[in-house]
Design a protein around this ligand. Structure first.
Ligand SMILES: [Zn+2]
Length: 450
């Protein structure tokens, strides 16, 4: 790769003192450190030596919540009916077939699918740590290392959110499938996770799987680990009312209150789902500046309910987006679902602007994953962006000035033509340059688990 790369895009959604706006004929220059050194709108025609990209450049999308192996469940879990909990049993069967090599192959293909969808950074909420029955691999972080390597092979950034997962429920020992998730106690989790190190494309964060999976007395250990490293800390929160009921029965408080009382909430923390909250829970999350990650396509797939995203945002919580179970991988679908779900619930329109929804998927998403220098097209930021076609059957017609509205309310992942990560052209003309046969790679990796 040349040390400096200049891209010329037909249009780009750029920061502006009056709010982000679409600008024409934009030169974006990436320096040898992978950061943007210049952004010049209205630059005239593409100059010689620049890489010409047709369409609309947006900051790279941050997929703030992923379990890569759930991709192997696609369609399989759409047969018949069932509940969240029967879905989980199917998910455990897939997990049982994974080892580090198979997970490397699967995650590489899944992250390549994400790159093709415009995603430049993934937050991988990782809890499948150990071998069958809980047997330690020779390298106890072999599975986490496989995920970090998979992101490198797919050309995207990763924040490995290493998850502490110790119990089946309040006061319950892990079940057989869950033995692969457990380190025994939070101190052992902390020792293992401490051996993971940042790379140029990878950062390490922590996760509390849920208040079900980490005993209350050990929540503080995970929170302290993340605090001393100033690392992101993520936690599944109140996705199902059953979790709230069990927490109230065990501790007499809601899961949000339990997390607050043990120092888990705060500005580096992201609560994932937050579907079933009391007004007091919303206040605790907002007062602590906790981010909330909504995963609308998974939440509707699992019949979780519609989380109070607008109420949380109005109270002061940054909102981010994740594809979670990968029922689909499409950041534009996640973004529009936030607004459209709210419209169905309230029978009124206009809760979020397209710009606010893009912000959730870009700058706020990256910040929640510990990449605050990504998610904006401006000098100094990481040169991470995607380019959407404005001439597809979905996106043709509207004026390019309405590019944000087109991206959020009409485009799909299939409209992503280019992806640039750290100045490197990873997706070119809708083809992944590192994993060119991405569909085949997905098919082979999923078939290997059957
Ligand atoms: Zn999840």
């Amino acid at each position: 790769m040349p040390s400096v790369v200049t891209y010329w895009v037909e249009h780009a959604w750029l920061p502006h003192p009056n709010g982000p706006a679409v600008q024409p004929e934009v030169l974006i220059t990436a320096g040898p450190d992978g950061r943007i050194t210049g952004v010049t709108p209205r630059s005239g025609p593409c100059p010689a030596g620049a890489v010409r990209l047709a369409g609309l450049a947006l900051p790279g999308q941050a997929n703030a919540h992923s379990h890569a192996f759930h991709r192997a469940l696609r369609s399989t879990v759409q047969v018949g009916s069932g509940t969240f909990w029967t879905w989980r049993d199917t998910m455990y069967k897939v997990a049982a077939a994974l080892d580090p090599d198979r997970y490397l192959a699967l995650a590489t293909a899944v992250y390549a699918e994400m790159a093709l969808a415009g995603i430049t950074a993934v937050g991988e909420f990782h809890y499948l740590h150990h071998g069958p029955g809980g047997t330690r691999y020779a390298n106890p972080n072999a599975m986490g290392e496989a995920l970090i390597e998979a992101a490198a092979r797919a050309g995207i950034r990763i924040t490995l959110l290493d998850s502490c997962y110790l119990s089946a429920g309040f006061g319950a020992e892990p079940t057989e499938p869950q033995l692969r998730f457990s380190d025994g106690d939070a101190d052992a989790w902390a020792d293992r996770a401490a051996a993971l190190t940042d790379r140029p494309h990878a950062r390490i964060g922590a996760a509390v799987h849920s208040v079900r999976a980490v005993p209350a007395g050990q929540l503080g250990t995970v929170a302290h680990w993340a605090a001393t490293r100033r690392a992101p800390l993520h936690v599944h929160l109140s996705e199902q009312t059953a979790e709230n009921d069990a927490c109230l029965a065990a501790h007499g408080v809601t899961p949000t209150r339990l997390l607050a009382d043990h120092g888990v909430l705060g500005p580096r923390t992201t609560a994932v789902h937050a579907t079933h909250l009391t007004d007091e829970d919303v206040r605790l999350l907002a007062d602590s500046s906790t981010t909330v990650c909504m995963c609308p396509t998974t939440e509707r797939d699992l019949a979780d309910g519609i989380g109070p995203a607008r109420q949380l945002a109005s109270a002061g919580c940054p909102i981010t987006l994740g594809s979670d179970s990968h029922a689909v991988i499409d950041p534009f679908e996640e973004a529009r679902a936030l607004e459209l779900d709210e419209r169905l619930r309230t029978r009124t329109r206009g809760h979020w602007t397209a710009g606010a929804l893009l912000r959730a998927g870009t700058s706020d998403g990256h910040a929640s994953l510990g990449w605050p220098e990504a998610g904006r097209l401006e000098p100094g930021a990481l040169a991470d962006f995607c380019v959407l076609a404005l001439d597809s059957v979905r996106t043709a017609g509207p004026s390019p000035v309405l590019g944000a509205e087109t991206a959020v309310f009409a485009a799909s992942a299939a409209d992503v033509r280019h992806l640039v990560v750290g100045g490197r052209h990873v997706v070119q003309g809708g083809v992944h340059r590192l994993v060119p046969e991405t569909g085949r790679a997905l098919a082979d990796a999923v078939a290997a688990l059957r």
